[in-house]
Design a protein. Structure first.
Length: 147
């Protein structure tokens, strides 16, 4: 398809002079011009089909290998997840206890953590940027900004 499209598009421009054919635009009626232009697509279609015939096996082999391994890994992760969930559902009280312990650790860590914004870098200042319209003087901006 790509080879045919390329020769359909570039064939009349690049090959017509070498083959002694008239420019496609000069051919009347229009259906004949399109027939000639379509004739340029045939060699590209044949070349593309031949190249594709030889390249498709290695491409399919590589893609098949990749997706086979991907599916194996995905199946393994799915099986491990299913096994974990089934074991967790059988031991509901153990999972609930673990959840309560994790909530307790979260509360303890929040109580222990510093409460400043960024404690080491917090200097107690707030920086504000003020932009004025183009052409306005800086003295007018200084009047508007508080100290």
């Amino acid at each position: 398809m790509i080879g045919g499209g390329l020769t359909f598009w570039f064939g009349p421009r690049l090959l017509a002079a070498h083959l002694g054919l008239p420019p496609v635009a000069a051919v009347n009626p229009k259906w004949l011009a399109w027939t000639i232009k379509g004739g340029y697509a045939i060699p590209g279609l044949l070349a593309g089909a031949l190249i594709g015939w030889f390249l498709i096996r290695p491409v399919n082999g590589g893609l098949g290998w990749f997706f086979r391994n991907f599916n194996r890994g995905f199946d393994a992760v799915t099986a491990a997840y299913g096994w974990t969930v089934s074991k967790a559902l059988r031991r509901t009280f153990v999972v609930l206890g673990l959840y309560v312990v994790l909530l307790g650790l979260t509360y303890w860590e929040f109580q222990r953590a510093p409460t400043g914004f960024i404690p080491q870098q917090d200097q107690g200042r707030l920086l504000v940027t003020c932009n004025c319209r183009t052409g306005r003087r800086c003295s007018a901006r200084k009047k508007l900004s508080p100290k």
